[in-house]
Design a protein around this ligand. Structure first.
Ligand code: F1P
Length: 338
């Protein structure tokens, strides 16, 4: 079958429309005041848990307020490990808005009057109805099980949310350029992503990201697992030397999500992995295999790492004779009888 016959492919290729809607929505809604909260907790499950990693890191970076990420199931089962008596803002993220663990965690948080709830979702569903502040990006909805367009749209919303909470109108303004840059990257780097993705000589993938990029590295790793059933792991970039690099050989692809600020340290890890025989793929604003050339500030351009890595997983799935729209053993939502 042709790529265009798969939902996943069309969702990846059309995602920038959903980025744009996410930006418009966050720009137009009213949000709580950052100063009203002593801590912020981001929560979700699977992809949206990884989005929580990225969101919480950025929130703290831009506002200076303590923020952390915790899976919905943990917030529900072990809130004592996460919540304190401090006034808390909970940011709950879910494509479907119907994942049981996330809903239960939010219901408990509200019942215990811990603070306010912001929901970022693609569907106006149960979760949105529990929100004090609601961001529903319906253009991010999708038919596929694995999140691509949806994740990117919610990531853009989370990024804009952090910028707005920090009163950074300059960053919100700069983000308007992202859809145009994203379209360019999708058309310029599809064949590069395909080349790596469909090379079945490679049998393991490592995704390295630091700071606000770690959650994105986790998500890229999950795409590779879900869609292609390939051994794949994410790491904080410098952590890779502390053991995991023992797995590097000529069958290993090491993907680096490079920053500007710490580029020297990150690029050194990649060049060492190349010396060990690994295949290196670097993504960054300049001087990389996938070059953004966006001019958008580092803190708010993270979504640009996603399309090429999503396409890499998509093409690997096809090359392995799998159906990228229907990953093995998975359903789009996990609903539990708690
Ligand atoms: C979360 C999620 C997905 C994952 C899986 C099951 O859903 O974990 O990330 O791909 O198929 O559900 P949601 O709460 O974001 O809708």
């Amino acid at each position: 079958m042709e790529p265009k016959n798969y939902h996943t492919y069309n969702e990846i290729k059309s995602q920038t429309e959903a980025w744009k809607q996410a930006l418009d929505l966050v720009n137009s809604i009213s949000l709580p005041k950052a100063a009203d909260y002593e801590q912020v907790v981001f929560t979700g499950c699977g992809s949206t848990h990884y989005l929580s990693f990225a969101g919480s890191a950025l929130y703290q970076e831009l506002t200076g307020c303590v923020a952390r990420a915790v899976p919905g199931g943990e917030l529900f089962l072990n809130p004592q490990n996460v919540l304190t008596n401090q006034r808390t803002l909970l940011v709950a993220i879910s494509r479907s808005g119907t994942t049981t663990e996330t809903i239960k965690a939010v219901e408990k948080f509200k019942a215990e009057k811990r603070g306010d709830v912001v929901v970022i979702s693609n569907y106006d569903e149960v979760l949105s109805r529990l929100a004090d502040f609601n961001i529903v990006i319906d253009r991010g909805q999708e038919e596929s099980v694995a999140q691509t367009r949806s994740f990117a749209s919610m990531y853009v919303a989370a990024t804009a949310f952090c910028a707005k909470m920090a009163g950074r109108d300059d960053l919100l303004k700069a983000m308007k350029k992202l859809p145009e840059v994203g379209n360019r990257l999708i058309s310029n780097y599809e064949s590069y992503a395909k080349g790596i993705g469909e090379n079945l000589n490679f049998d393991r993938f490592y995704f390295l990201g630091s700071g606000i990029r770690y959650g994105l590295a986790c998500e890229a790793n999950l795409k590779m697992k879900e869609m292609t059933l390939t051994h794949s792991e994410p790491f904080h970039t410098l952590e890779f030397r502390h053991g995991p690099m023992s797995m590097v050989n000529e069958k290993a692809v090491v993907v680096g999500l490079l920053s500007d600020a710490n580029r020297v340290h990150e690029a050194k890890v990649l060049s060492e992995m190349k010396m060990l025989g690994g295949i290196v793929s670097a993504l960054g604003e300049a001087d990389a295999d996938v070059v953004f050339g966006s001019g958008v500030p580092e803190s708010v351009r993270g979504v640009l790492y996603l399309p090429a890595l999503q396409l890499m997983a998509f093409y690997r799935s096809l090359a392995k004779g799998l159906n990228p729209d229907r990953p093995a053993n998975l359903t789009a939502v996990v609903k539990l009888d708690f």
